[in-house]
Design a binder for this molecule. Structure first.
Ligand code: G4P
Length: 283
């Protein structure tokens, strides 16, 4: 399968961020906990190199809890602050607020020494499309999200969303695109639903998923679909079709229907809590 992205959009977004980054103290980067490296844009490390950095392992509710811990440890070992979240829920928002202040403690101390009091920390939220940025901002900022210049005909300048007296978010979140360094990155992004399904071959995608699950989560397909897992992925798909009544004319298994079902059930977490890439071993 071949995956593509759009370099034109990417260049524009990057230029915008290079401007915006001068105004901020902290970069909050959302990644998808199921594929934390493949869902990053590598340029963000360069863009944010002199800033405090917070990684939010989002959609952690869908990922393998053990791997969530491993990824948290990995990013912490690289000098990031890390919080794992489900951006739809408010329960972690207080923790995030505290971690933001901790991440910016040097700046707060610098301000204090200069006699500047109560200057809020300014943060920019970045992430690749579909990673949950809007959801996070809505949950985190809540009602504060209401914007004033957002009416037709009103030129919208840069807007700061004041969360409280301590934190402001820049309301033009930088959108960054992933880099398809290798086809596995494209495959993982396709699996989590970050690439339009219309341009994907779902049948092939489901076979790739089955293969990954056989390798990393043995037993999971068996317990979900009551299939014999120890056979070719296409045979597992065929049995799944039969078990789930995906049958077409002539009493033949409907592979495409079964493929969509497996992909949907993976994405919604019904097959299980699954992580599709693992932290590189660090020394
Ligand atoms: P974006 O701005 O980064 O492009 O992403 P957005 O917030 O639109 O989120 C993309 C999808 O991911 C949404 O689902 C959203 O509900 C879901 N989502 C965001 N964060 C989490 C999370 O932590 N856990 C889970 N399980 N889902 C999350 P959607 O299907 O596109 O919309 P909807 O049907 O939920 O409204």
């Amino acid at each position: 399968m071949h995956f593509q992205w759009y370099p034109g959009h990417m260049t524009k977004a990057k230029r915008q961020m290079q401007e915006d980054i001068k105004l901020i103290d902290l970069v909050i980067e959302l990644v998808d906990a199921r594929i934390p490296l493949s869902s990053r844009n590598p340029d963000i490390d360069e863009l944010g190199k002199h800033k405090a950095r917070l990684i939010l392992l989002n959609k952690s509710d869908l990922a393998d809890p053990k791997q969530n811990e491993a990824w948290s440890a990995y990013f912490k070992s690289k000098g990031f602050f890390v919080v794992k979240i489900d951006a739809r829920r408010r329960n972690e928002m207080k923790t995030i607020q505290n971690v933001i202040l901790e991440a910016c403690s040097e700046k707060i101390e610098r301000d204090r020494k200069r006699g500047i009091k109560n200057r809020p920390v300014r943060a920019m939220v970045v992430g690749i499309p579909n990673v949950g940025k809007s959801t996070f901002i809505n949950t985190f900022a809540g009602k504060a999200c209401a914007k004033t210049g957002n009416k037709p005909g009103v030129t919208k300048g840069k807007q700061w969303i004041r969360l409280n007296k301590n934190v402001e978010l820049l309301d033009t979140p930088g959108i960054l695109w992933p880099k398809f360094d290798d086809q596995m990155v494209g495959l993982r992004l396709a699996l989590i639903g970050s690439i339009k399904d219309e341009i994907l071959n779902i049948d092939e995608l489901s076979l790739n998923l089955i293969e990954l699950l056989q390798k990393y989560y043995p037993g999971m397909l068996r317990s979900r679909y009551e299939v014999d897992e120890d056979q070719e992925p296409v045979k597992v798909l065929e049995q799944t079709a039969v078990r789930r009544n995906c049958i077409q004319k002539g009493n033949e298994p409907d592979y495409s229907k079964a493929a969509s079902l497996v992909i949907d059930e993976f994405r919604s977490g019904r097959i299980g809590k699954i992580t599709l890439e693992f932290p590189p071993v660090t020394d």
